[in-house]
Ligand binder design. Structure first.
Ligand SMILES: [Cu+2]
Length: 503
């Protein structure tokens, strides 16, 4: 526990900061001291009577992101973030979530195909000092998923303070020979988040209207809660499980020396074959599994830079000016190959099989128009509905999220085509609960190679219409809803969300 003791030094360092309440940009763009990457502990579950049990406790804590500066945070089984959950396909699991914080919360298994009652959405409230159990059988392909708070109106605040963690779901293909799979050794969680700090070391959250409209962006990057991190690699190849767990910031990730890397997973599944790429764009809640080759013995610095000027995901007009104020270039993580690194086997050429779901299988098409209004002026899209009220400036099909409204009803075991229309000035990452989909096209053009697998979150750029196809198998329940929403958490918390039931 540290707080006030070093306050004077801290303020001294902070004095060079630009904004009056923000810390200086310690850590990026400069050769400041690097810190070893924290690796979240691994929780593999405890088998009792054929069921794997996982205990998670939400707690308040004090984190030390900066030396000798205490930052009040939230975490699960620790002060900040939670353990990485290891699940296997076909496992029967029981996740016990205890709320030991002073506010109501929920915990959602992002991307998992589970019954609505076990989903951890806004209706599965966990009151302080109570336990919520999520029981289900894992029934899906291996991939990289995550869990996070999903509390009505509080998701942004709770995820920002630390209520999230990674899920590694394995099957025979994700653990095949040739894919690095030793956790923390050659299979590395990389949870990327941006923060803003007050001078006393506490986390700053929404301070102005822009933080809601553009979504909240920080000026300091943390990876697994580590400032300016490096990882000492002892193998020739490492697999990075990239997760954008930020509230609103999109990262354009590449290596400073422009080396290519192999993308092997889209989050929801493996790709059919490794895709060699030089950069990858991850919106909030998106994941990518990549393989980095360190054979040349040189440090590999993962960086995030501004989207290229021809990117379809760039904001437009005044929204672009707003976002430019929060900076776009960051050092993310330096991989330092160690002398005498172990050789790694060759990557398999074929990772899995992805049969494309045919458009003709869809029994209906649903259209979702994203809307946002700003002050008295339209920001584009279909705003209105309850959204004309400044307290809920966001909407889908003109309606802002209401707990007592079921917006859509889907037939169990049917296949549907969903069309997401974005006429606003900025990109929105659209996420659906219940399962995984395949992207058909974006304004009629095929999806990017790294998107040609199973996904649960898709970037919808300004002026774009994205179509995806999804099978709504299992878990008929007319009384409990699943969510669909924008994964910019300030948009979600302010209305850009809806509910559907599978019957
Ligand atoms: Cu949004």
């Amino acid at each position: 526990m540290r707080h006030s003791l070093s306050r004077r030094n801290f303020l001294g360092r902070a004095a060079i900061g630009l904004a009056s309440t923000a810390l200086p940009a310690i850590g990026w763009g400069q050769p400041a001291g690097q810190n070893p990457l924290r690796i979240p502990s691994l929780l593999a579950g405890e088998v009792r009577s054929g069921v794997k049990h996982y205990d998670l406790t939400m707690q308040q804590g004090m984190s030390e992101f900066f030396p000798d500066v205490g930052t009040p945070t939230l975490g699960l089984n620790g002060a900040y973030l939670g353990p990485t959950l290891k699940l296997n396909n076909n496992d029967r699991v029981s996740l016990h979530v205890r709320n030991s914080i002073t506010e109501t919360a929920t915990l959602h298994w992002h991307g998992l195909h589970v019954p609505a009652k076990a989903d951890g959405g806004p209706a599965q409230v966990i009151a302080p000092n109570t336990v919520w159990d999520a029981d289900f059988t894992v029934m899906q392909r291996g991939g990289t998923f995550w869990y996070h708070a999903h509390t009505m109106g509080q998701t942004g605040s709770q995820v920002y303070r630390g209520l999230s963690g990674l899920i590694e779901l394995e099957d025979d293909e994700t653990t095949q020979p040739g894919l690095p799979s030793e956790y923390g050794v050659d299979d590395i969680p990389v949870i990327i988040q941006d923060k803003r700090f007050n001078r006393d070391g506490s986390l700053a959250y929404i301070g102005m209207h822009r933080d809601i409209m553009a979504g909240f962006s920080g000026n300091t990057l943390l990876v697994n809660g580590t400032l300016n991190p490096y990882f000492a690699a002892t193998s020739r190849r490492v697999r990075l499980r990239l997760l954008n767990a930020s509230n609103a910031r999109t990262y354009n990730l590449s290596f400073r020396d422009n080396r290519s890397f192999e993308v092997i997973g889209s989050g929801g599944s493996l790709l059919a074959t490794p895709e060699s790429m030089m950069n990858i764009v991850l919106a909030p809640a998106e994941r990518a599994d990549i393989i980095v080759d360190l054979a040349n013995g040189q440090n590999a610095s993962l960086i995030s830079s501004a989207l290229p000027s021809d990117s379809p995901f760039l904001s437009r007009g005044m929204m672009r000016n707003m976002q430019a104020m929060s900076g776009e270039d960051f050092d993310v993580l330096t991989l330092r190959p160690q002398a005498g690194a172990n050789d790694s086997p060759e990557l398999p050429r074929q990772l899995t099989t992805i049969s494309r779901i045919l458009e003709s299988e869809a029994i209906r098409t649903r259209r979702f128009e994203l809307g946002m209004v700003m002050g008295m002026g339209m920001m584009g899209g279909r705003g209105g509905g309850r959204g004309m009220n400044a307290s809920t400036p966001f909407s889908i099909n003109g309606q802002s999220m209401a707990m007592d409204v079921i917006n859509e009803t889907v037939q169990v075991d049917s296949t549907e085509l969903w069309e997401i229309v974005n006429d606003t000035m900025m990109m929105h990452p659209f996420h659906v609960h219940h399962g995984q989909f395949q992207i058909l096209d974006r304004n009629g053009r095929p999806p990017h190679p790294e998107e040609m697998a199973y996904k649960d979150t898709v970037k919808v750029g300004p002026g774009e219409t994205v179509r995806f196809i999804m099978r709504f198998t299992d878990f008929s329940d007319p009384d409990t809803a699943y969510m669909y929403h924008c994964h910019i958490l300030e948009h979600e918390d302010n209305g850009m969300m809806g509910q559907f039931v599978v019957v």
